[in-house]
Design a protein around this ligand. Structure first.
Ligand SMILES: Cc1cc2nc3c(=O)[nH]c(=O)nc-3n(C[C@H](O)[C@H](O)[C@H](O)COP(=O)(O)O)c2cc1C
Length: 219
């Protein structure tokens, strides 16, 4: 049975539930799924695919970026997908960054106030500004897919400096923006994306495709 790791970073806890939902959807394909905080992942041995998720926290969560850099060599043979949770995204017509397909929660992006003249916040919250550093961290490996979804922001949980950043730069109102339909729909497509990637020439250990079988999952 294929084995998939969903590894996540979080600051305030909401990305944990997103990782679990992603794991549940992948498990529906009959694959065994481990959903773990990044800090509990020792190595990637035995996994046929890895999903790494984390929130935007003044850039993508540092632990998540560090994890990608640490394992960038392994990601040349193990297919990788990445998801990002965030509260602010400027609407553009991009569907990929640097050739990597990006799936967006369509309820998240907001059009710029003035077309063609982005404010500082709107420039900061561009898709490429969020995703390109993630792709740089995986190089030369490339994720099969990147998902960008709304998260959850609770002012009551924030320290003063975090509050200041959120109010001044992100300018996002607090609240629940996780769109479970969008998250689950992206995750449901990952088994197929992983198998396609595994069938690419130059990745011999994944060259033999298996048909998914139903079975127990551990999430
Ligand atoms: C200090 C801080 C910085 C943040 N930076 C960004 C950001 O740059 N862009 C954005 O869209 N959201 C940003 N957010 C919102 C978070 O990405 C969002 O609330 C996320 O769902 C938090 O996930 P967590 O609950 O797993 O920590 C920030 C939140 C905090 C507290």
């Amino acid at each position: 049975m294929r084995r998939i790791l969903v590894a996540y970073a979080t600051m305030a806890g909401s990305t944990v539930e997103v990782a679990r939902a992603v794991g549940e959807e992948i498990a529906k394909s009959g694959w065994q799924v481990d959903v773990l905080p990044l800090s509990e992942v020792r190595d990637l041995e035995g996994y046929d695919g890895v999903v790494v998720g984390g929130p935007m926290i003044m850039g993508w969560h540092r632990a998540a970026s560090g994890f990608l850099k640490k394992h960038r060599k392994a990601f040349q043979r193990i297919p990788l997908a990445v998801f990002v949770t965030c509260m602010s995204l400027t609407k553009t017509d991009e569907t990929s960054v640097d050739g990597v397909p990006v799936t967006l929660d369509e309820k998240l992006p907001k059009p710029p106030r003035q077309e063609g003249r982005l404010s500082f916040r709107e420039r900061y919250a561009r898709l490429t500004h969020y995703v390109q550093p993630i792709l740089n961290a995986t190089r030369p490996a490339r994720p099969v897919s990147v998902g960008v979804f709304g998260g959850r922001l609770d002012y009551g949980r924030l320290k003063w400096w975090a509050m200041l950043f959120v109010v001044l730069i992100i300018q996002a109102p607090p609240g629940e923006r996780r769109n479970w339909t969008a998250i689950r729909s992206w995750a449901a497509g990952l088994p197929a994306a992983f198998q396609l990637e595994a069938a690419e020439p130059g990745l011999p250990e994944h060259a033999v495709l298996e048909t998914s079988s139903s079975g127990a999952t551990s999430t």
